[in-house]
Structures are given as structure tokens and as C-alpha cells.
Write a protein that binds this ligand. Structure first.
Ligand SMILES: N[C@@H](CCC(=O)N[C@@H](CS)C(=O)NCC(=O)O)C(=O)O
Length: 217
């Protein structure tokens, strides 16, 4: 691949963290561009969806982490982030889909803010909304891992991949948003394996140069 890769994101962007983990696992060189460093209005012109992250491939913009991950998997197939077995592969995508589509998208900050501004919900009610949807999702994820035929180290294999890079940022979000994670031993066991890995450590919010107080540049 010759075109330079820029990841437009910010430290507190869990969909961006998925992409950072994927780039690290695949050892793909990229430049991290905190959107806060861009002149006002620039990001919106680049990505009319306005959501983070976006990947800039030599001036061509890809929005949505799922599209970015698919692009990376297609253009940098090794190491693959997906299991070789087609059923496991689909299951890994299904696991990630629950996180991206059913948990993350309805609990993000813009949804929480809208519930407060347009529906007059107070903090307790918003918290109730968030914990309800996250718990429902986490229950399904935990049961999925409990029901696996094989006990893998990571979600769907002996190497971290597609499902894991969705799970880890979402667990951190759930914890930050007040979910009790003690009922999810399988999820926590995968998290424990992942957080020790360089690819995951370098993707964490606090490792980004725009993290408040960071001296990483
Ligand atoms: N479905 C999108 C979700 C993107 C999203 O909701 N991003 C949030 C943060 S995680 C966002 O852009 N919030 C506005 C902001 O951070 O300024 C994806 O997977 O890329």
C-alpha cells in the first residue's frame, strides 16, 4: 500500500479505538490526527457524517469504523482479524455487530445529550437508559462466550481480532458509564488478556497525544 494513512479521531472516541487496535494488530503505519487540531469546520467538510473516526487514504475519506475495518482487512489481509472458519468468522462479526449497532450507537454522548435536551430526562433517567441497553448487550455477549464449543483465549480464537477490538473499548465505556461488570467473567477474562498486549495498550485513550495532560506530542 503506497498511499499514506491518516486516522482522524480524538482520544475519547471508542469507535476510533477499535480502528487504532486494528491498525496496531496489523502493524500498519498511520498518522493519528486529533480532530481538535484541525481548523473549525474542516472535519465536517471531510466527513459529512460528522462522526469519529474517519480514515484518510491519500485524501479519500472513509467514514464509520465498520467500513474502515473492512477496508483494512481487505487491503492488509495479514494477519487477518477474522477466524478462518466461515461460521466462526460470521459469529465474530455478529458479536461485534451487537456492540457497534445495538449497544454503542444508542448510548453515545449525542444520544444521552438529546435525551436530556429534548426529552427533559434527568441524570438518573439517562443513566437508567444507558445501563439498560448496555446490560442487555453485555448479557448477550457473555452468554455467547459461555456457549462456545471451544474455550478460546480471546473471543473467537487464540489471537485477538475483530470481536476483541470491539469488546475492549466497549467494556471501558460500560465501566465509565456505571455498569457493574462482575456478572461477566468470560468478557473480563478476554479483557485481561487483551489489555496486556501492546496493540491494545497503544490504542487506549490515555496513550493518545491529545489526551489531556499527555506529553506524547
Ligand atoms: N457508528 C460509528 C459511531 C461513531 C460515533 O458515534 N462516534 C462518536 C464517538 S465514539 C462521535 O463521533 N461523537 C462525536 C464526537 O466525539 O465529537 C462508527 O462506528 O464509526
Amino acid at each position: 500500500m503506497s498511499a499514506s494513512i491518516r486516522l482522524l479521531s480524538r482520544w475519547k472516541n471508542s469507535a476510533g479505538e477499535r480502528v487504532r487496535i486494528a491498525l496496531n494488530l496489523k502493524d500498519i503505519p498511520y498518522t493519528y490526527v486529533p480532530v481538535g487540531s484541525l481548523p473549525p469546520g474542516t472535519y465536517r467538510r471531510l466527513n459529512p457524517q460528522g462522526l469519529l473516526p474517519a480514515l484518510d487514504i491519500g485524501g479519500r475519506i472513509i467514514p464509520q469504523s465498520s467500513a474502515i475495518l473492512a477496508y483494512l482487512e481487505e487491503t492488509y489481509p495479514f494477519p487477518s482479524l477474522l477466524p478462518a472458519d466461515p461460521v466462526l468468522r460470521a459469529q465474530a462479526r455478529g458479536f461485534a455487530g451487537l456492540i457497534a449497532s445495538e449497544m454503542h450507537s444508542i448510548t453515545v454522548q449525542r444520544v444521552r445529550r438529546f435525551l436530556q435536551s429534548d426529552f427533559d430526562l434527568d441524570d438518573t433517567q439517562v443513566q437508567h437508559w444507558v445501563v439498560h441497553w448496555l446490560k442487555l448487550g453485555l448479557d448477550g455477549l457473555e452468554e455467547t462466550l459461555q456457549a462456545r464449543n471451544e474455550r478460546f483465549t480471546f473471543c473467537f480464537g487464540e489471537e485477538p481480532g475483530w470481536a476483541d477490538l470491539h469488546l475492549i473499548p466497549q467494556l471501558a465505556n460500560a465501566r465509565r458509564l456505571g455498569c457493574d461488570l462482575s456478572a461477566y467473567p468470560q468478557l473480563l477474562a478476554v479483557e485481561e488478556k487483551c489489555v496486556g498486549l501492546e496493540a491494545f495498550r497503544r490504542a487506549r485513550p490515555e496513550a493518545q497525544p491529545d489526551f489531556p495532560g499527555s506529553d506524547a506530542g
